[in-house]
Ligand binder design. Structure first.
Ligand SMILES: *[C@@H]1O[C@H](CO)[C@@H](O)[C@H](O)[C@H]1NC(C)=O
Ligand SMILES: *[C@@H]1O[C@H](CO)[C@@H](O)[C@H](O)[C@H]1NC(C)=O
Length: 457
């Protein structure tokens, strides 16, 4: 018993050195953690260059005034070689610190000052709108058990809705259409308007229970072929993925993981996808205008993600839309994150896959957390902007204001992906010393997923 107490205390102390929870809690929430309720197509875009640059608010330096390498040979090489950083990184096995023990011995903080953090927080919040474009609502209602029956839905109605928008007509179009739209346009957001798509088979009886129990859907999910390059992470769930690494939605014409994989492959930072079958309303439900619970349609949906997704993230079991129950089944998750080498940002080189995170407090120049998909580019932009702010000279030798190495990893909180955590260092390290795993902090369990390091080129 005493022994385990000691272990806990030690783990907490070491953990406190690297993952800065203040940065995590100060980060703006992502605008969408899954598709909007009535969306059939969506694209979420991030601006890593702008976000990375905005994260820098003041000069920041590492506490170590000289390289922490005990290796004299290294010092000689640093003195002689202009492009030493690149070389050291490529020949790491030789010139990196002997073990992580030496770095653990230093207790110096590697974060910027409290004042700088407060400024950073304000800046991050005020620029958060630049992070994500054009998503107006979030659908993240999560309930795996039965959905509660909605209350307050009128039992009588009068169909009095009239479209008061201006209409226009032209010779080529048989019916008038709304100004600013096109011939035949129906706004799916109008009450009781016909909803688009619905390529899947109708279910009889038309109930959510029959939908969930449909053997055709189950078989589509269980017999789906895993696309080449991907691994199946969960199968035949009655819930879709909801997470901070959401990148977009497509509605497909069949249950086809290959099409969804192709969409992921052509989307920057996408490494996982979720394909599922959703019971959707054929009309936009409105009890006020007499269509509270219209007939259902069946949609094949494909969502894209910038992290691993697994069963832990499949938490969206649908929702009520007025008197209509949206449910989800046949939900499969696929990932290629473990076998994907992220794009090396311009100006950097030698991507190294790491088991854990790099924690070297004395040579660390700063950290920042960016909610959203895993993207080393955001860290590269952060590093570059920090170097410019610091007036750091590039080139030979160690300078505690010059970042020439960074670690980017996907931070997971209680098993769910949160965003990219970046740590900047004045010194380069081998991936073998990236052994830090945060563990329990502030009541949550934090872990490191897809951790990569890069050297300046
Ligand atoms: C999905 O719902 C069906 C019907 O209620 C049920 O039989 C099945 O076990 C559920 N699947 C999961 C993974 O919960
Ligand atoms: C990815 O790698 C991690 C760490 O090795 C492992 O725990 C996980 O199971 C892997 N996931 C897949 C889908 O291969």
């Amino acid at each position: 018993m005493r022994y385990s107490f000691a272990v806990v205390a030690m783990a907490t102390m070491v953990a406190g050195q690297s993952l800065d929870l203040g940065l995590v809690s100060a980060a703006p929430a992502v605008t969408a953690s899954g598709p909007a309720v009535s969306a059939t197509a969506e694209t979420i875009t991030f601006s890593p260059a702008a976000s990375g640059t905005a994260a820098v608010t003041g000069v920041a330096t590492a506490s170590a005034t000289a390289s922490q390498a005990a290796n004299a040979k290294r010092a000689v090489i640093e003195a002689r070689t202009v492009n030493v950083n690149n070389l050291l990184c490529q020949w790491f096995g030789w010139f990196c610190p002997a073990s992580s023990t030496s770095t653990k011995a230093t207790s110096t903080s590697c974060t910027t000052s409290t004042a700088a953090k407060t400024t950073a927080k304000t800046a991050a919040v005020s620029t958060s709108s630049g992070l994500i474009a054009s998503i107006t609502s979030i659908a993240s209602i999560s309930h795996i058990t039965a959905l509660p029956t909605p209350t307050g839905i009128p039992t009588t109605c009068v169909n009095t809705w009239t479209n008061t928008n201006a209409f226009t007509q032209d010779a080529a179009c048989p019916t008038p259409y709304e100004v600013g739209t096109y011939c035949g346009f129906v706004n799916p957001e109008d009450p009781c308007a016909t909803q688009p798509l619905g390529s899947g088979p109708a279910v009889s009886p038309d109930t959510s229970a029959a939908f969930l129990a449909n053997p055709v859907f189950k078989s589509a999910s269980l017999n789906a072929k895993t696309p080449s390059g991907y691994a199946l992470t969960f199968q035949d769930y009655n819930a879709s993925t909801s997470a901070a690494t959401y990148l977009g939605l497509q509605t497909l014409t069949s249950y086809d993981p290959a099409t969804c994989a192709a969409a992921c492959d052509s989307t920057s930072t996408c490494t996982s996808f979720n394909i599922y079958i959703e019971r959707d309303p054929s009309l936009n439900p409105s009890s006020t205008f007499c269509c509270p619970n219209p007939a259902s349609i069946t949609n094949y949906k494909c969502t894209l993600w910038g992290s691993i997704i697994d069963g832990t993230t499949a938490t969206n079991a649908g929702q009520w839309r007025d008197g209509f129950e949206v449910v989800i089944t046949g939900s499969n998750g696929y990932t290629k994150a473990n076998t994907t080498t992220p794009v090396t940002p311009p100006g950097w080189t030698n991507p190294q896959s790491c088991d854990g995170a790099h924690s070297h407090p004395s040579t660390c120049i700063g950290n920042h957390f960016f909610p959203g998909p895993f993207d080393p580019q955001v860290c590269a932009s952060f590093a570059q902007a920090q170097n410019i702010k610091n007036g750091a000279s590039t080139g030979r030798g160690y300078a505690n204001n010059h970042c020439n190495f960074f670690n980017a990893y996907m931070l997971k909180q209680d098993g769910k992906p949160k965003g990219t955590y970046c740590s900047l260092f004045a010194q380069q390290y081998d991936h073998s010393v990236a052994t830090y795993h945060p563990g329990w902090l502030g009541g949550s369990y934090y872990d490191v997923e897809t951790s990569w390091s890069f050297c300046s080129s």
